[in-house]
Ligand binder design. Sequence first.
Ligand SMILES: Cc1cc2nc3c(=O)[nH]c(=O)nc-3n(C[C@H](O)[C@H](O)[C@H](O)COP(=O)(O)OP(=O)(O)OC[C@H]3O[C@@H](n4cnc5c(N)ncnc54)[C@H](O)[C@@H]3O)c2cc1C
Length: 462
Amino acid sequence: MTDATDWGAIARQLAPVEVIDEAVLVKKRSRDFFWYSPILNAQLKRSFGDLVAVPKTREELAHCLAVAHAADIPVVLRGGGTGNYGQAVPLRGGLIVETTGMNRILEIGEGFVRVEAGALMADINRALIAEGWEMAMFPSTQDIATIGGFVAGGSAGIGSLSNGALREPGNLIALKALSVEAEPKEHLFEGEEALQIHHAWGLNGAITEVTLKTVPTRDWIGCMATFDTYRDCYAAGYALASRAGIGCKLVSAVEARIVGYFPRLKDHIRADRHLLVALVPAEGLEAFRGLIAAQGGEIDLAMTDPERVAAGLPHVFEFAYNHTTLQVLKADRSATYQQIGVPDASDAEAVARVEAALGEDVWQHHEFARLDGKVVAFNLPIIWFSTEERLREIDDIYRAHGHSVWDAHTFHVEGGGLKGNYRHLAWKKRMDPKGLLNPGKSRVWEDVRHLDADEIEALDRD
Ligand SMILES: Cc1cc2nc3c(=O)[nH]c(=O)nc-3n(C[C@H](O)[C@H](O)[C@H](O)COP(=O)(O)OP(=O)(O)OC[C@H]3O[C@@H](n4cnc5c(N)ncnc54)[C@H](O)[C@@H]3O)c2cc1C
């Protein structure tokens, strides 16, 4: 691509694929939720694509990739644009390919669903529930986020307490992705191989189709319990998450100061108390009540889905995961967050110790999940941003207390901790030899792009 690229001519070559060339709409589709981070906001807010293509079929998507290949144009795949790290922001301009037109649910079978990459997760869940199934996990953005975007950009979500992270064996059964060549080819990645495309931010293939594990659906009760101290709330969260017999698919602990930013809950939960959010199966409700009482909490809300709708309330998961952060950001854009791994989820005292060391500008929020069969906790604190130096000091305090930091303030795929090896870049070389997909998002790619794919893969063994 050069400054003189004739985008009118590119748009004509893309026909019959629908294109969007109105500048204001192209700019809108060049953004995601990177503004959660003031650091990314400063770095990315002026990065825009040049043209948007909206293919409706994999043949149309292949045509978009062939046109881009012929003209050496950068390509950024885009689903719902709900990623948090500027994953879908074009750093070097070029063509944005929005997949939401490729949204067919292809097959629902015993324990799996096969869908096109642009299907919205809420639509997939609706279709599954009608057949007695549900997604093993999904993010709280399910109404606008696509399954392709979740597989390419996400990691875990509601359901991960029962079924682990997306990358755990059996969750991502297979995917198909197109290469960026003169004649794009569709490759099938199964099981462990699919993990090389998972969370690679669309830089090593354009996903066309995904096959995912599903689980039998249950009657979920949205529950909220409140506690006098955050320590008790966290400890109850861990106890609840650990009671596999109750079978919760979501358990989140949110400290009272954050809950003050949830106006929609005002008449439904006690004020100024620390909040435990849970999705409890109907058959586990009695045990849930017993556990909350034993942990010193009180249940303020327990609603079936029809009751929740009648009460005019959002899903309880809209107060969990990164929606917790969003509720605060809606009121005050000086908030941000970080992604922290707790070393020993069972140790509520250690969580209280790091909280005390952090200071008034860090407010606590934890999510519980099950990884490799073990209950773990992720800390997604609200941080009142002052300077990058202070943010990095907070990271260091966490590290000094044995926590891991998966930085949410970087637009490099290697930065968040999930892509620490070279295998995804070997696949990039195979699938995108010219390096046109999402350029600028891999720190390591420029160092290895001159090697052939097997040489890149061998770097892992060195
Ligand atoms: C309020 C909020 C809550 C969230 N909660 C969670 C959560 O619980 N768990 C979680 O994991 N994430 C979460 N996220 C992040 C994000 O919403 C999810 O990862 C979501 O699934 C992304 O889907 P999307 O369609 O919006 O993807 P996009 O943002 O459009 O894209 C994400 C990445 O995938 C690439 N991509 C998209 N489609 C394709 C394709 N067909 N082929 C190849 N690459 C592709 C893009 O280039 C980009 O790099 C949250 C974000 C917000 C704002």
